[in-house]
Design a protein around this ligand. Sequence first.
Ligand code: IRN
Ligand code: FE2
Length: 545
Amino acid sequence: MTATDEQAQPVNTVTTGPIQGSVKHYQEVRVESGGEPVTLRIPVRRIVQTNGEIFDVYDTSGPYTDDAAVIDLEAGLPRLRDTWTKPDVPGPRTQLNWARQGIVTTEMHFIAAREGVDPELVRAEVAAGRAVIPANHNHPESEPMIIGKKFAVKINANIGNSAVTSSIAEEVEKMVWATRWGADNIMDLSTGKNIHETREWILRNSPVPVGTVPIYQALEKVNGDPTKLTWELYRDTVIEQAEQGVDYMTVHAGVLLRYVPLTAKRVTGIVSRGGSIMAAWCLAHHQESFLYTHFEELCEILAKYDVTFSLGDGLRPGSIADANDEAQFAELKTLGELTKIAKSHGVQVMIEGPGHVPMHKIVENVRLEEEWCEEAPFYTLGPLATDIAPAYDHITSAIGAAIIGQAGTAMLCYVTPKEHLGLPNRDDVKVGVISYKIAAHAADLGKGHPRAQERDDALSKARFEFRWHDQFALSLDPDTARSYHDETLPAEPAKTAHFCSMCGPKFCSMRISADIREAAAVQEGMAEKSAEFAEKGNQVYLPVV
Ligand code: IRN
Ligand code: FE2
């Protein structure tokens, strides 16, 4: 990997080492793949509690949290999937085609172990197009993951530089940092200089699938003038990115010429970057979008690498006023048409969704997406449940994300506190990721996902038993939890004390409950004794025998 100009500083340091209170562990699983026995090492964040109990958590962080791993950013991560078999069957070498042929690929076995489900469920959901496994053959460094409503809800973190700020080094660190805190995927939305190099560094070092929006780079190639875009230039950009190993691509092929006027009376018009670029092209040429007219050719390219389509919502609402309007749903219907075409080429598809939507209008989005797009995994941006809180849009959007997640959305695209205001820095990335882990986990609980509540129960138990270290370790963000606790009670004995500084020792409800429980136990003992006493005829002096 070579960097070409002054903006591309050397990339040499990223955050490493386990998350506080945990160790990196690998669960070894023996599977049969392509007739060969293979040992898979499933990464987990292992929490060894002070009471001796072990709790393993789904882990997206890759080798960076492994103390034993040697990280060499120049060399990139080990090419984990290079040795895995790619079954030889008629049709493209895609997870969708393999699943349809009844084959459980090594990736599917890995995912089944990771999610704690039957490999056959993974295969069946992929075959039905209800789940996708973004795994470009040219990104063997990634650890397989699945996006589908029968599985844990996933989150995506957007990173990438812009023309005015950020270097390659910062973006690579943002990728490592986002996955450390639980990003299941990242998207490189770079638009400034060094787009190709930035992406190369990210891909070679990313343990999670990487998505892009190729039209952004295509636009850079024509110096930012959307009217100069051509299908050929776009196609070459897609091939360039697919060759590098991009796992999924946002394609705004549902922005049709005739839909553009539908946005004229909106409060916020077209807010999607990709959507506005394509709308500008269509209007300037008074022609149908080349993404739509060349869609089948695009399918053939993506099939070759097993790149997953993420059909973009170029006409998503950018305000509460515009939610669920005609333009938005016209596009969604077209995305349904395109889903069928992509699947007929053996290409995996997910569908992007909004945006800004008030709570009572959220569920309708999922129902229509399922109906029109054959239940292809839905991947939404929030949605923000209100427009009135810039600087807090990680919260306004996590509210909508939790609701849409419970209704069946498979992946949530995070929103950071800087949304609508500026490019997120490393701290914003963490706040965005944690906010979305909360939304995703709340959705898993609401859906009754078999494994979700175990973690809540473990943490609640630690909390009730005043095992402070365990409470921190089991949390999404142990560093912040601990530092908040330490602000008032920094001494080590406070880590086992039966109170915290919120209520103090006298008013701690947890301690009082524990006391009640103890008293009840004493009373129970007394009741037992009195029952025994009654049984024996209420005699104070037992007869001598
Ligand atoms: C996700 C759902 N709807 C939109 N997104 C993401 O928004 C999309 O995947 C991309 O990362 C980001 C920007 O997309 P636009 O603004 O170009 O549509
Ligand atoms: Fe917005």
